[in-house]
Ligand binder design. Structure first.
Ligand SMILES: Cc1cc2nc3c(=O)[nH]c(=O)nc-3n(C[C@H](O)[C@H](O)[C@H](O)COP(=O)(O)O)c2cc1C
Ligand code: SF4
Length: 481
């Protein structure tokens, strides 16, 4: 699908040039978004507010860099110069919480692509160097690191594993999903991940956690989002055995990993990135617009109601109660999956090559995540809550985000795509510098289209470094098809 042929039926954010125009559009569309008219810079800014976690770990301000893979590790799972460049940018962004910094597999068969980073004994010194790189870059830029908190996101990609070839999925599934099995060509007799195999995997998570602590990372995210394995447990309503059906069983995976980490890596803080709600998978409908793949009863949306296109947070709240019992304080909210309903996960004007045209003004997607995150924060004030999906706000990101913080709808503003195109946005907002318009992410989705086609990820349209790479021409020709 070429973005060149496509004329969106809603105004582009860049065309909403004044606060009045932006707010007028919101009210016409019936989109409810918090909005601060006056931005506050400096120490009084809500963005400058720090936080001391119960563990004693300190977070120096209310900006967080969300995890983002670059599909650019070596085939044995070590970082490359591209990985280091991205992590260096994260460290110099001005954010004091680095959540991730990207998904790192705990073992080879769980990698989402053959270039995903892999935490094992052989790669320990590389991860230690990555952590040091972050510390040094941050210290050089800001003079200190005692208020910078850096975690590693641990994952197994479950249904979306591609460990050996960019073109070959090698899924590990917890249950047969009628729509996703069909979409990804899995037969009825495709084997399920057994309970015994899951027990081994828990050990691998704990081993990876011990190594992450040795490498210097201060916390670990046990990823429970975006359709990957941790998230799939939460909708394993029909799975037999100790990991399926009841909430107690579906949250066992997290509990076992947490118990292992507490024993083997004491002092290592644990966080969870959670798809707080999910919807039915979407597919291309008339005029390539996204439509639900099934209408009527859809029972697999964790945090969703049975229509498949609405939230019902009762189960999400039950799961959050489990987190609370485990003493977890760090929570990063997100939604859905980039593989089957990207418009609710990362609202964008232009879809990635395997996506569909947005079925709604993407500002609805932003507002939905902000609203749900606010509901989570209101129900669980004890969590330090990081929200996601702000990049589509573009020029108006600071106004919306500041109001979110001031009204207590989240504790920290997570930035994803925006830091690929504009890494120093947090510095500029904190200093009241005004935004550099030419660097604002316009959600062209090239950073998703590229890896979907076997190319490294990066901001090809706006970051001069990626713009000048030979892969940029490859990507342009792909988009013309
Ligand atoms: C290129 C790319 C890679 C991503 N990789 C990860 C990842 O490794 N782990 C994760 O939890 N989310 C990942 N995400 C999702 C982002 O963290 C974030 O939730 C999403 O982009 C929405 O935030 P935004 O609107 O600020 O971009 C990725 C997103 C993009 C665009
Ligand atoms: S490629 Fe650049 S402009 Fe496009 S979505 Fe990604 S970060 Fe934004």
């Amino acid at each position: 699908m070429s973005s060149g042929k496509y004329k969106p039926s809603f105004p582009r954010v860049a065309q909403l040039k004044t606060a009045e125009q932006f707010q007028h559009h919101l009210s016409e569309e019936g989109i409810d978004l918090p909005f601060a008219e006056n931005l506050i810079a400096g120490l009084e800014s809500p963005f400058a507010k720090g936080h001391l976690l119960r563990s004693g770990n300190r977070i120096g301000n209310a900006f967080c860099i969300l995890p983002m893979e670059g599909w650019d590790g070596t085939t044995d799972g070590k970082p490359t110069e591209l990985t280091k460049r991205r992590w260096g940018n994260f460290a110099r962004s001005g954010a004091k919480l680095l959540w991730g910094c990207e998904a790192v597999a705990v073992r080879h068969d769980g990698r989402a692509n053959p270039n995903q980073l892999l935490m094992n004994e052989a790669n320990l010194s590389d991860f230690a160097s990555l952590f040091q790189l972050i510390q040094e870059e941050h210290r050089t830029e800001f003079g200190k690191t005692d208020d910078l908190l850096t975690g590693l996101q641990l994952t197994h990609s479950g249904r979306f594993c591609k460990p050996n070839s960019k073109n070959q999925m090698e899924p590990k599934i917890l249950y047969h999903h009628p729509i996703l099995d069909k979409k990804f060509g899995l037969k009825e007799d495709y084997p399920l991940f057994t309970d015994a195999e899951i027990d081994e995997l828990v050990e691998d998570y704990v081993k990876a956690a011990v190594l992450a602590q040795k490498a210097g990372f201060q916390f670990l995210d046990i990823k429970h989002c975006h359709g990957y394995l941790g998230h799939e447990f939460l909708s394993a309503y029909e799975r037999e055995g100790k990991y399926g059906k009841s909430m107690e069983n579906r949250s066992r995976f997290l509990r076992e990993i947490t118990a292992g980490i507490n024993t083997e890596a004491p002092g290592l803080e644990i966080g969870v990135r959670l798809s707080v709600f999910d919807w039915v998978p979407f597919q291309k409908g008339p005029e390539e617009k996204g439509v639900p793949s099934a209408n009527g009863h859809y029972p697999f949306a964790f945090g969703g109601d049975e229509s498949g296109t609405n939230e019902n947070l009762s189960e999400s709240f039950e799961f959050l109660e489990e987190l609370k019992k485990l003493g977890i304080e760090l929570l990063c909210t997100t939604a859905g999956s980039p593989y089957y309903n990207p418009h609710i996960q990362r609202p964008a004007l232009f879809p990635p090559s395997d996506g569909y045209l947005p079925p709604e003004d993407p500002l609805h997607g932003v507002a939905r995540q902000i609203r749900v995150t606010g509901e989570v924060k209101a129900a669980f004030p004890e969590f330090y809550v990081v929200g996601s999906a702000y990049s589509y706000l573009q020029e108006w990101l600071p106004n919306v985000a500041q109001e979110v913080l001031q009204t207590g709808k989240a504790d920290s503003i997570g930035l994803g795509r925006m830091v690929l195109s504009y890494p120093e946005m947090p510095v500029d907002i904190l200093a009241g510098n005004g935004l550099k318009r030419q660097k604002i992410c316009r959600t062209f989705s090239d950073c998703t289209t590229a890896p979907r086609n076997g190319i490294v990820s990066g901001c090809f349209p706006l970051d001069p470094f990626y713009k000048n790479m030979p892969e940029h021409s490859q990507l342009k020709s792909l988009k013309e098809i």
